[in-house]
Design a binder for this molecule. Structure first.
Ligand SMILES: Nc1nc2c(ncn2[C@@H]2O[C@H](COP(=O)(O)OP(=O)(O)OP(=O)(O)O)[C@@H](O)[C@H]2O)c(=O)[nH]1
Ligand SMILES: [Mg+2]
Length: 555
């Protein structure tokens, strides 16, 4: 039951991590880290979790006498021993015939497991395992040992007087120490010295074993000496009871749960802190404000050059009536967008987006999802920038100048047409009345002065409004410049907003992932109450076998 809980959490944590990895929030190595958390237990080897033997294994370097010790315990040669190094290349299981191994984990190669059955009552509750070495050149042996380790309750670390400081075994002891109960045997004691035993005990104390149980044995074939072998066998038999097995079982699962929980927490940190995105958005606003300012400055001459095309010299002849000021301008607005948003401008944008990615990295935010979202911004900016420039230019050209300017311009245009007509009407009227009066009372007809004044009047009536009209004509060049500036500003604002929106969406996604992870962790905490941790010291027989060090739970 408890093993099921462990497996379920392991699976949930893995599923969560894989989903996060798929979306680019976690690198594969983090998923791997979770996958590597030990979830296998000794109980899995047997069908019935609560009635199982104590799993005891011999662990150590090659040639120290592991197989010899098992044969001595068995009273018969169940494991191969020899002078060839390494001798054992398989795992030998020595168990009572009443015990059945139900599930050998799938990854264990069948040809690497040898099973020997016995009928000894004294060893009924113990499954003895002789393992290959962990330090020879044969790395397959070491891998086999590592595969089996999670299934072992009690490890008997066998050393020889010459090799008790052996590196590999020691490193494994430090790494896996907390996960198992340990007994220590200095075999080949015929070559040993009490000082070596003392030194070994000192090292073990440093490794967290308060009172390590160390036995010195001489397992040479055919030699009978007074060594600690019987005490060793007796100690192990005394541990092979349902209570101890249960204690070790609960402790093992509890430790694995803690390790899984700690690892999941550490992995979740790689998704980034909750407050990282608001900080990143703040940084983006600063970056973009600076870049937008530079772009507006740097593109000014481009805007001026383009507006130049709408200069008066190129404007149509306004003497022709009904000529709208902008409709048939010399410059075509169609090509403006891409002319202004040039390679330089695009590079500035790319630089700003790259800086954002660097900032995200510094804030501990995974950059893969951000890069993906920014790629779309990179691609689309040119398009929407052109669109804004086009629209703003067209709108500005359609209505150049201010409203007052346009009203005065239209009025003077009207007056330039109307006033000469009115002057002509007046001249005509004067001509007619003059002619009539000269007929009624014959007198001097209008004369040369009238003709000159009339011409002058008509001319003035036309020329003044015409000149005013010309003067008041709104400049297309200015309108184009204003339009392009407005279009650029709008485009830059939109770019800034689009990136902000991308950051908001990413934050929502990140929060969702963190929430899901927190739900798993909360359930862990809830389950933790139901799974008491038996600490070393609570059970005296056990406490001497356990280390207080735990290298596996990430802080
Ligand atoms: N002098 C001495 N030799 C021993 C003792 N115990 C075992 N040997 C010898 O040491 C050699 C290696 O013993 P094994 O039991 O095969 O050693 P192992 O640890 O199983 O070695 P691998 O299977 O290679 O890992 C054999 O030749 C044994 O006879 C001992 O207490 N003293
Ligand atoms: Mg061996």
């Amino acid at each position: 039951m408890t093993t099921d809980v462990l497996h379920r959490f392991h699976q949930r944590a893995l599923t969560w991590a894989e989903t996060a990895k798929e979306a680019g929030w976690l690198p594969e190595r983090e998923v791997e880290r979770l996958r590597a958390v030990e979830a296998a237990t000794p109980a899995e080897l047997f069908g019935e979790e609560n009635q199982r033997p104590l799993v005891v294994a011999f662990f150590g370097g090659t040639g120290v006498g592991k197989s010899s010790l098992l044969n001595r315990l068995a009273g018969q040669p169940v494991a191969r021993t020899g002078v060839e190094r390494p001798t054992s290349r398989e795992v030998t299981l020595y168990l009572h015939e009443s015990v059945s191994i139900q599930h050998l984990p799938e990854e264990f190669p069948v040809d690497k497991v040898k099973i020997a059955l016995h009928r000894q009552e004294s060893n009924r509750d113990i499954l003895w395992i002789d393992m290959p070495d962990i330090d020879s050149v044969d790395t397959e042996n070491r891998e086999l040992v590592l595969d089996w380790l999670p299934h072992i309750d009690l490890l008997i670390y066998v050393v020889s007087p010459e090799r008790y400081r052996d590196d590999r075994g020691w490193r494994l002891l430090l790494e896996h120490g907390h996960r198992h109960a340990w007994l220590f045997v200095i075999n080949q004691w015929d070559k040993g010295d009490p000082a070596q035993r003392e030194d070994f005990v000192r090292l073990l104390k440093e490794a967290g074993f308060r009172e390590p149980l160390v036995f010195c044995t001489d397992s040479r074939e055919g030699v009978t000496t007074d060594d600690d072998f019987e005490q060793l066998a007796q100690t192990i038999r005394s541990l092979a009871n349902a209570h101890t097995v249960r204690q070790l079982q609960i402790r093992g699962i509890s430790l694995r749960m803690e390790e899984l929980r700690g690892t999941l927490r550490a992995v979740a940190e790689k998704v980034g802190a909750e407050d990282a995105f608001p900080a990143l958005e703040e940084r983006w606003r600063e970056i973009w404000q600076k870049t937008a300012g530079e772009l507006e400055q740097g593109l000014e001459w481009k805007i001026d050059a383009l507006a130049e095309r709408f200069a008066p010299s190129r404007e149509p002849n306004l003497l022709r009536r009904n000529e709208a000021p902008a409709a048939t301008s010399a410059a075509e607005p169609d090509s403006t967008g891409d002319e202004i948003w040039d390679a330089w401008a695009h590079t500035r944008l790319e630089d700003a987006l790259d800086s954002l990615v660097v900032e995200a990295d510094a804030l501990g935010i995974p950059t893969a999802p951000l890069r993906k979202r920014l790629a779309a911004v990179r691609e689309q900016t040119r398009g929407w920038m052109e669109n804004h420039l086009q629209l703003a230019l067209r709108a500005a050209l359609r209505k150049p100048g201010t409203a007052l300017q346009r009203l005065l311009y239209r009025t003077t245009g009207l007056l330039a047409g109307l006033l000469p007509i009115l002057a002509l009407v007046w001249v005509g009227y004067r001509l007619f009345t003059g002619y009539y009066q000269s007929a009624v009372e014959p007198s001097h007809y209008l004369g040369i002065d009238f003709a000159i004044h009339s011409v002058l009047l008509v001319l003035t009536a036309w020329l003044l409004p015409y000149l005013a009209h010309r003067k008041l004509r709104p400049s297309l060049q200015k309108a184009a410049r204003r339009g392009l500036q407005a279009g650029l500003a709008e485009g830059l604002t939109e770019t800034g907003h689009r990136v902000e929106k991308a950051l908001e969406e990413l934050q929502t996604r990140q929060r969702k992932l963190l929430r899901e992870c927190q739900e798993i962790l909360d359930e862990f905490d809830h389950r933790r109450i139901a799974l008491p941790v038996k600490e070393a010291g609570e059970d005296d027989a056990l406490s001497r076998l356990l280390t207080t060090r735990n290298a596996a739970v990430p802080r």
